[in-house]
Design a binder for this molecule. Structure first.
Ligand SMILES: Nc1ncnc2c1ncn2[C@@H]1O[C@H](COP(=O)(O)OP(=O)(O)OP(=O)(O)O)[C@@H](O)[C@H]1O
Length: 288
C-alpha cells in the first residue's frame, strides 16, 4: 500500500501565541512494500509527519493519500477509522500504553477494535506473541510483570496482530540491548518481506543503512532529501552539512567501504568519517 503527500503543511495551535509550523510543503511518494526510514535531528518534524500516516493529525494544507484514500483537513472520522485499520502506528516507548490485565488481552485489543471476531483476534494475538519472540507462558501474565524489553514486544505485537498493510514505528528499538534490537529489526524486515510497507523513524544510521530501501530526511519541517541510504551516505559534503554529530559505527562504515573507502578506526562519528573520506578523495585527486 502506497503513501503520497502533496504539498502538505502542518501548523500546531494555529492562530494562537503557541502557533508552530510543524511541516512545510512536504511532497513525496512511498512505494507499496518498501522499507522507508525517516531521519532528521530532534524537532525536525519526524513524529508530526508520522502522525499524518493514519490521520491522527490532518494536514493544515495539501493532501495525504493512503492507497486510494485521500486525507485532507475535512476527512470524516468514519473514513479515518478505515485508514487506521490499514496503518498501524507504534509510538516511542509503546509499553507505556499497555493497560489490560493480561498480555493476551492487551494484544487482542487491536484486532477486536478493528472488527476481528473474538476467536480470530485470539488466534492473531497468539501468533504475534510468538512472532515477536515471546513464549506462550507470558500470555496470562500481567504485562506489568514483564521486563522492559518484553513489554516493548507485547506493545508491538498489539499493533502487528491486526496486520496493518503499513506499519509505522517511532524508534522501536530505543533502550533495548543490541541483541534485542537486532531481533526487533529482523521482525520488521520479515514483515516487509511478507508484502507490507514498513516506515521507521530512526536516529541510527547503521539501522537505516542495513534495513531501509529509501530515506526521507527532514530538517526544520522541510523534506530535504528523498533517496536510498546508499545515495545519502555516499555524499560526504551533504552528510557533513546535515548530520555532523550523528554517531556512525562499524556497520555503517562497512557499507561505505563497499563504495571503495577503507576506514581505520571504529567506532566513528560522521564527522571523523567525513574527514577521512575528504582526505581520501584529496589523495585520489578528487575523482571518486
Ligand atoms: N503538540 C505540539 N504542540 C506544538 N508544537 C509541537 C507539538 N509537537 C511538536 N511540535 C513542534 O513541531 C516541530 C516538529 O516536532 P516533532 O516532534 O515532529 O519533531 P521530531 O523530529 O519528531 O523530534 P524528536 O526526534 O525529538 O522526536 C517542533 O518544532 C516541535 O516543537
Amino acid at each position: 500500500m502506497s503513501i503520497e503527500f502533496k504539498n502538505v503543511d502542518y501548523i500546531y495551535a494555529p492562530g494562537t501565541p503557541f502557533q508552530t509550523q510543524g511541516l512545510t510543503n512536504i511532497s513525496f511518494k512511498i512505494r507499496s512494500g518498501s522499507f522507508v526510514a525517516i531521519a532528521g535531528h530532534t524537532g525536525s518534524g519526524k513524529s508530526t509527519l508520522m502522525q499524518h500516516f493514519d490521520g491522527l493529525l490532518l494536514p493544515s494544507k495539501g493532501s495525504v493519500t493512503i492507497a486510494d484514500k485521500s486525507i485532507t483537513s475535512n476527512t470524516s472520522s468514519k473514513s479515518l477509522k478505515e485508514i487506521r485499520k490499514k496503518v498501524g502506528l507504534v509510538f516511542q516507548f509503546p509499553e507505556s500504553q499497555l493497560f489490560e490485565e493480561t498480555v493476551l488481552k492487551d494484544v487482542m485489543f487491536g484486532p477486536l477494535n478493528f472488527g476481528f471476531s473474538e476467536q480470530k483476534a485470539k488466534e492473531q494475538a497468539i501468533q504475534w506473541i510468538r512472532k515477536v519472540g515471546l513464549s506462550e507462558q507470558v500470555m496470562n501474565k500481567s504485562p506489568f510483570e514483564l521486563s522492559g524489553g518484553q513489554m516493548r514486544r507485547v506493545a508491538i505485537a498489539g499493533v502487528m496482530a491486526y496486520e496493518p498493510d503499513i506499519l509505522c514505528l517511532d524508534e522501536p528499538a530505543a533502550g533495548l540491548d543490541p541483541e534485542g534490537q537486532k531481533q526487533m529489526f529482523d521482525i520488521f524486515k520479515n514483515y516487509q518481506r511478507e508484502g507490507h510497507t514498513v516506515i521507521l523513524i530512526s536516529h541510527n544510521m547503521d539501522d537505516i543503512s542495513q534495513y531501509a530501501d529509501d530515506m526521507l530526511v527532514l530538517e526544520h519541517g522541510h523534506l530535504i532529501k528523498h533517496a536510498s541510504p546508499k545515495e545519502v551516505f555516499s555524499d560526504p559534503d551533504w552528510l557533513k552539512k546535515h548530520f555532523l554529530d550523528e554517531p556512525a559505527t562499524s556497520k555503517f562504515a562497512r557499507k561505505l567501504e563497499k563504495g571503495g573507502f577503507q576506514f581505520s578506526e571504529m567506532p566513528l562519528t560522521v564527522d571523523s568519517l567525513v574527514n577521512e573520506i575528504t582526505t581520501k578523495l584529496k589523495s585520489k585527486g578528487g575523482n571518486e
